[in-house]
Design a protein around this ligand. Structure first.
Ligand code: DX5
Ligand code: ZN
Length: 216
């Protein structure tokens, strides 16, 4: 599978999102990563479904929505209707409803992703792999952009790759998010990652084109 870059708009200029998305599109990005935070699951608040709905009108890039919220179940429908292409939620949020939430997402032709925080072991993902389109391995504690990549999370990539092999899920996206730059991206892709989220490295770069390309 070709590696997909998903620039996180968390580090973009929120007053000019259409322009910011155009800049990453011109640089070759195919997805846009939208970080949704509720000030409860993580200690920060960002944006919600209305912003996804507005972005849907101005871009044909895939909207890769990362829900860092305590009750994803309550809000999935809003994010589907807003035009999300991929919805990823956290395993830690509503543990007993995980499969129901995945099915809710998939019932609408939207790709379903499941994410784990750095302290959550990969074992918890295994039973869900057959139903998933994407697994997001957090390589920082979710909540803020610009943090340092946690190398101790790298082994998890190999674990998920092995699960994908066991279940013959050749088209599973294995994504990492947090502290991704040209160096950490290489470490992750070598281990089997095929989707890279990067915020500060891309939007903080002087030359956004070479920043996006340097991740590949
Ligand atoms: C963090 C978010 C990330 C964030 C990554 O909780 O999920 O998507 O934007 O930012 P960088 O790439 O700067 O670490
Ligand atoms: Zn994210």
């Amino acid at each position: 599978m070709e590696t997909v870059i998903s620039p996180s708009i968390l580090s973009a200029d929120f007053a000019n999102l259409e322009h910011e998305i155009l800049r990453v599109k011109n640089a070759g990005a195919k997805w846009v990563h939208v970080d949704v935070m509720d000030g409860h699951f993580v200690p920060n608040i960002t944006i919600g479904a209305p912003v996804v709905k507005s972005l849907r009108k101005v871009t044909d890039l895939k909207l890769d929505v990362h829900l860092m919220i305590s009750e994803p179940d309550k809000y999935i429908q809003d994010f589907i209707e807003a035009g999300s292409d991929i919805i990823t939620f956290h395993y830690e949020a509503q543990i007993n409803q995980t499969l129901d939430i995945i099915k809710k997402i998939k019932a609408h032709n939207v790709l379903a992703g499941l994410s784990i925080k750095p302290n959550t072991p990969t074992d918890v993902l295994k039973d869900f792999i057959p139903y998933l389109d994407l697994v997001l391995i957090m390589t920082v504690e979710p909540g803020f952009g610009g943090q340092k990549f946690m190398h101790e999370c790298v082994q998890k990539i190999a674990d998920v790759k092995e699960f994908a092999r066991i279940y013959k899920k050749d088209n599973l996206y294995i994504q990492v998010d947090g502290g991704i730059n040209d160096k950490t991206a290489k470490i992750c892709t070598k281990m089997g990652v095929n989707s890279l989220v990067a915020g500060s490295y891309i939007f903080g770069a002087d030359d956004i084109n070479s920043a996006v390309r340097s991740l590949l």
